[in-house]
Design a protein around this ligand. Structure first.
Ligand SMILES: Cc1cc2nc3c(=O)[nH]c(=O)nc-3n(C[C@H](O)[C@H](O)[C@H](O)COP(=O)(O)OP(=O)(O)OC[C@H]3O[C@@H](n4cnc5c(N)ncnc54)[C@H](O)[C@@H]3O)c2cc1C
Length: 507
């Protein structure tokens, strides 16, 4: 089952196991069961610490990863290869007694959770957002005997996926009820379970530089500020920003290739190397300039700072037609890499003919039965090379001059209606999925009228990263910078931090 290079690497990891692990396997006569048994046996043959037992679990094929003395509640239903192979390796190590690489404070929070929590996460093996969720829930399960977690590969349990109407991964259920979908960090899951810090924990905090946003711009700004030896904080709704949703990165200079979550892990490590107060999972809702600049958080806390750097980035733009919100995760999706496999053999539309739309259509065409690309303008805006590739695909229809009017459905998407701009004639296409790929909007609405912005909502900055309000700087995708890229955001974060430092020494 495993390629030689992966096997060699796995062998090294298995040597790090600290105790015995028992894999309890529930297998039938089907192909997936046979392949799962092959994988489990292959792994067990690589370490004297691993033994395999046959059993019957709630799902077949599946296997649980247990200590010799007790069941842990960590179960893999289906074969955890692809992006989930790392989840399996980590589960083996952690169940064997190796401490997870998680902050001590989070470990204590997990251990303190009372009550019974049974998580089920539906994933696809090609989803790059899924391992974070699977690994976080596995860590919780390993650390707390009241928590169990089953990872379910949607491709191996298609009937269950259909029956539960799951159209986005990861989708998590807790004790049989829907818990959430999309990427979630361990901190986010704990916060959803009600163990988030309240306003009192932020009382009286004062900074020289307070960065709002934890993407590449914010991380860079904070590091540059902290290196000046001044009091620095970061408030971020989700540390990592858009990079967390990026699969492959090939244009981050100095690295030929990396992956979003890997880059975010390095950013976090770099930020944590300095004395920076990171307030993750906190949303800023209001900014006001008084003697100091005040930043209000969603939980009601007010933070004060002599200067602020806004680096709140951008988010997917909604198409804003009836059906989009109603059928989100019920056929309306934004991430083709993550959710594409759930539409295997089905018909989908991609709204948007720019680079991201055409890339999505090419990607999806390899999986689904048919892709309809809807572009509002008379021509696609994607690069010529992408258009050529798109036009060469037999199962893609491109409709230009098409204004999307409605995404239709009952309990999930069943079609899309558009208007032909030239004739005004309405057309309806029956399909099961709609991917919206029409660009991004800056996360700046919360600033009200305080900070000057362009007609696109982007914060207007000068060459020092300064905004119209003295002491308030901005960087990255939330600004009117000409291009939106990781390296550009990092550069502008550094500029804004140096601008803020210059402001502080003059005021
Ligand atoms: C799918 C995809 C693929 C991409 N691929 C590449 C690529 O290959 N190469 C490349 O160079 N670029 C790529 N980009 C673009 C790149 O990711 C962005 O340019 C970059 O992340 C912008 O960084 P940022 O820090 O300005 O904003 P973001 O990454 O958007 O980060 C914004 C931060 O602000 C936080 N935030 C937002 N609102 C608030 C609030 N009110 N309060 C507190 N915090 C808030 C967010 O949680 C987040 O932490 C890609 C983008 C996407 C979506």
């Amino acid at each position: 089952m495993l390629e030689a290079a992966i096997k060699e690497q796995l062998g090294q990891y298995l040597q790090m196991m600290e105790g015995d692990v028992v894999l309890k396997v529930s297998a039938g006569e089907d192909t997936v069961s046979r392949e799962m048994l092959e994988l489990v046996d292959e792994i067990a043959n690589m370490s004297p610490r691993i033994t395999v037992e046959r059993t019957t679990l709630a799902r077949t094929p599946s296997f649980s990863v247990n200590r010799a003395s007790e069941d842990t509640g960590v179960v893999f239903a289906g074969i955890p290869l692809g992006h989930e192979f790392t989840s399996l390796v980590l589960a083996l190590l952690q169940v064997s007694g190796r401490a997870p690489k998680v902050d001590e404070s989070l470990i204590s929070q997990i251990r303190a959770i009372k009550g019974s929590y049974h998580f089920e996460s539906y994933i696809s093996l090609s989803c790059h957002n899924c391992p974070d969720v699977v690994q976080a829930l596995n860590v919780m399960s390993v650390l707390n005997p009241n928590i169990t977690h089953t990872m379910i590969d949607g491709a191996a349990f298609k009937d269950e996926v259909e029956q539960k109407d799951i159209m986005a991964v990861p989708t998590v259920f807790l004790n049989g009820e829907s818990f959430g979908s999309g990427r979630m960090s361990l901190e986010e899951i704990l916060s959803k379970l009600g163990s988030a810090p309240d306003a009192s924990e932020f009382e009286g905090k004062e900074f020289d530089v307070l960065v709002v946003g934890g993407g590449p711009a914010g991380a860079s700004a904070a590091i540059y500020a902290a290196r000046k030896g001044i009091r620095t904080g970061i408030v971020a709704e989700r540390f990592g920003g858009q990079v967390m949703d990026t699969m492959s990165i090939e244009n981050f200079i100095s690295m030929t290739y990396t992956e979003g979550p890997k880059l975010v892990a390095s950013l976090e490590e770099h930020v944590k190397a300095y004395n920076i107060d990171v307030m993750n999972l906190q949303r800023a809702t209001r900014l006001e300039k008084k003697d100091l600049i005040e930043l209000e958080l969603e939980n009601g806390a007010i933070l004060k700072s002599k200067s602020v750097i806004l680096s709140t980035g951008a988010r997917w733009r909604n198409v804003g037609v009836p059906g989009e919100i109603e059928f989100k995760n019920k056929g309306v999706a934004y991430c083709p890499h993550c959710d594409g496999p759930l539409f295997e053999g089905k018909r989908v539309a991609v709204i948007g003919g720019g680079n991201s739309g055409v890339e999505a259509a090419i990607d999806l065409a390899g999986l689904v039965k048919h892709v309809t690309v809807l572009e509002f303008a008379p021509e696609l805006k994607a690069d010529a090379v992408l258009q050529q590739r798109l036009n060469s695909l037999p199962n893609v229809t491109v409709v230009k001059n098409a204004q999307t009017k409605e995404i239709t459905g009952d309990d999930k998407v069943n079609g899309i209606t558009y208007v032909e701009c030239e004739s005004g004639v309405e057309q309806h296409v029956e399909l099961e999925g709609v991917f919206v790929q029409i660009g991004l909007v800056p996360n700046t609405d919360w600033l009200g009228d305080v900070i000057e912005r362009s007609k696109f909502g982007e914060i207007i900055v000068d060459r020092h990263g300064a905004t119209n309000v003295p002491g308030v700087f901005a960087a990255g995708d939330c600004t009117d910078s000409a291009y939106k890229q990781i390296i550009i955001s990092m550069g502008s974060g550094a500029t804004a931090a140096l601008g803020a430092f210059d402001y502080l020494i003059r005021n």
